[in-house]
Design a protein around this ligand. Sequence first.
Ligand code: FAD
Length: 417
Amino acid sequence: MAEFSGIIAGGGLVGLTLALALHQKGIKASVYEAVKKIKPLGVGINLLPHSVQNLAKLGLLEEIEKVAIKTSSLAYYTEDGKVIWREPRGLEAGYDVPQFSIHRGDFHMILLNAARERLGPENIITGHHFSSFDQDADGVTAHFTDRQTAEPKGSARGDFLIGADGINSQLRHIFYPNEGPPKYSGQMLWRGVTEMEPFLDGRSMFMAGHNDLKLVAYPIRAESMRRGKSYINWIAERRIPSDLAARAADWNETGLLTDFKPYFENWDLGWLDIGKLFDKALSIHKFPMVDRDPLPKWSFGRVTLMGDAAHAMYPNGSNGVSQGVLDAMTFADLLDGATDIEATLTAYEEARREATAKISLANRQTGPELVMQMVKDQCPGTCGEVHSCIPQATLEEVATAYKKLAGFDKQTLNAVK
Ligand SMILES: Cc1cc2nc3c(=O)[nH]c(=O)nc-3n(C[C@H](O)[C@H](O)[C@H](O)COP(=O)(O)OP(=O)(O)OC[C@H]3O[C@@H](n4cnc5c(N)ncnc54)[C@H](O)[C@@H]3O)c2cc1C
């Protein structure tokens, strides 16, 4: 059997998941990460059951369970607190595995610790910004620089190179030099975390509002719940239809309360103090809702794209990281026992490119959150506590169609062993 070794550019969530998935198959890989020290950055993300199923296969479930919240339900509301649609999630919905809401940094550290322990710290190499590559019949060579100084940092040789280098991927730029920056949706997101008293059952995720003004919130830390509190991740979303906003696709940009709080002044959900949620924030980041167009091709010989580098998508539907986990597991499964690298990369692209393109495009139509705008457009405002303008069957159709598209409808997923 051929013994392959790989180079992974990018030690984010997907690059590290791939490293662990390859290691489990006995395939050698080294991760090259641009930053000098990997830190627990970001705020909340969701791990949907299709990715949790795979993370369980990697033996990570126990560690995730210690820190994350097992999401019990997802509900959509109008801005005055009327329920549009509510559905159980994860175990409560009958899946074999939970859905998790987790701090991105907590998840990143779980992956990093596992990767260092299993692959050896010498295979998780930081301070190496991937800059270019050459490939020939026998292998591929990746070249690295210091991100700050642009000084060369040497090269690495392997059988394949994976670009898991995020939304501003250098590898993608090499393949598609004229693509330009990510595409701005017209929506600006202020993302924060606040520790305060729990809302609803302390494990629920909700979205309220419509396309022009929206609030999303969900708790993300088990440790806070154990103390009777809730460490709440929230996203305030407002339409700002200016191209200027797109330039700053920087996950670390700080956000200002005054830019969004006044727009939510008249909102009343009844069970959550929105003013306190914003005022007591431990941190606020500003990030434009951006994505990238689906690509016609990911794999070029021994080199391919993965995760956000391949298919950065809007957060509607909470699918970004979960799809990246599926990419990584699919690739490792296909490479296991394979003899032809290029054929494996092509098979990986066939399995994942179109599937993720469909989700990216559905997310541009707001994904499952479509129901909120449907109510905004069609409701005369006379409903009671629970919304009744749109038939439940229609709402259910939207929810089910998205789950099928994204690969986490219950029947299909529970049938996979
Ligand atoms: C700092 C940060 C904070 C984030 N916060 C959130 C959040 O709060 N909520 C959310 O939903 N999503 C967040 N994301 C994005 C989220 O992690 C991704 O959408 C998703 O998980 C897909 O993971 P990925 O590994 O493809 O990309 P990422 O997780 O973005 O990882 C890409 C990695 O590649 C590294 N990298 C970039 N260029 C190079 C290069 N040329 N050479 C080597 N390494 C390179 C980056 O430093 C990063 O570690 C954040 C990403 C980052 C980098």
